[in-house]
Ligand binder design. Structure first.
Ligand SMILES: [Zn+2]
Ligand SMILES: [Zn+2]
Length: 338
């Protein structure tokens, strides 16, 4: 072959090789579908130092985008100040959690949700009410929905959750809720509570994480299950876009310090949204966990039962030492008086 021809051939083949290599590399990378963008407020309702002196609306309603609503219960209405989420599809809507307040006069949750629901065929869009887990602050509002037409409430006990979503091999497997042009995946995430699930919305790319992951105290019931849940969610999200992780509460300030338990006032509140890095750091956080308490920039790991047992043991030890001291003093006085 002529040298010029040979050079051209080599350069053409290397171009072709580069193109083939690029194609292989691109096909190996996860292809993230487009998600609908939305906005989050810089500041949520933070309650008040004196709630009686500064009355405020019980619910803050934020439209993330036209079919995704975030509702925050005022810290004055209940210190838990839950976040509740409404996702609207073409055929059905999904409400994630019903919050900490049962009384419809104090917390008009069902009324607010029904007003947000659009009509379809001259009636309200059907609504499915599901829970991240069975703790009362995530389902106290359920009775408000009980007698409403076209509303279905998912049971909150483990047997009911498994049966409703068709989990045959809990906590493995993923369930799907089809809202019409919008699918929400349900991922088992036990560890904080045995019934816990997280919801992934393919429209917005948001993971609704309940009490599994949030800027707050992550209360551990079963550390091994919690860690496995983190690994399960990380694996699930490997091939999916993730815009935000939105949980059930905010209990930290911007410096990462927890508010006093039961506080109705959250000055300088931490942002609600967490990111993929917070999730991917979770398994290692569990591996290094001392079993009692560990502080990270965006969450705190704590095992309330271990802490109560440790506190009770300390109190018993102090009482025991004090009783022994009193006994010795009594013995000494007695032997002197004899
Ligand atoms: Zn909980
Ligand atoms: Zn909670």
């Amino acid at each position: 072959m002529h040298t010029d021809k040979l050079r051209r051939f080599v350069s053409q083949s290397s171009d072709a090789t580069l193109l083939t290599l690029a194609a292989i590399l691109l096909s190996a990378l996860p292809v993230f579908a487009e998600t609908v963008p939305g906005s989050l407020p810089a500041q949520w309702n933070i309650g008040a130092e004196d709630c009686a002196a500064s009355p405020q609306p019980p619910l803050q309603v934020h439209s993330y985008e036209p079919t995704t609503f975030i509702l925050r219960q005022s810290p004055c209405a209940d210190f838990e100040a839950n976040f509740i989420y409404l996702l609207i599809g073409a055929d059905k809507a999904l409400l994630i959690d019903t919050g900490a307040v049962a009384d419809s006069k104090a917390m008009p949750l069902a009324k607010t949700i029904m007003e947000l629901l659009p009509d379809k065929d001259s009636r309200k869009l059907p609504l499915l009410v599901a829970h991240t887990h069975r703790h009362l602050d995530h389902r106290a509002g359920d009775p408000q929905f009980a007698s409403l037409p076209s509303v279905e409430v998912v049971p909150f006990d483990l047997k009911g959750v498994r049966a409703f979503f068709g989990f045959n091999n809990w906590p493995d497997g993923i369930a799907h809720i089809d809202l019409g042009g919008r699918t929400v995946d349900v991922i088992p995430t036990p560890g904080h509570n045995e019934t816990h699930v997280a919801f992934y919305d393919d429209r917005t790319g948001i993971l609704f994480s309940g009490d599994f992951l949030m800027p707050a105290r992550l209360l551990i019931d079963d550390a091994a299950a919690y860690r496995d849940s983190a690994l399960r969610v990380i694996d699930f999200l490997k091939t999916r876009p993730l815009t935000h992780i939105l949980g059930g509460h905010i209990e930290l300030n911007q410096a990462g310090r927890t508010y006093r338990f039961g506080s109705h006032y959250h000055p300088n509140e931490h942002r609600l949204e967490l990111a993929r890095a917070d999730l991917t750091a979770l398994p290692a956080a569990f591996e290094h966990f001392n079993g009692f308490y560990a502080r990270y920039p965006n969450y705190v790991l704590t095992n309330p039962i271990h802490n109560i047992v440790a506190l009770a043991s300390t109190v018993l030890l102090v009482l025991g030492v004090a009783a022994f001291g009193v006994y010795r003093l009594w013995r000494r006085r007695r032997s002197r008086s004899v």
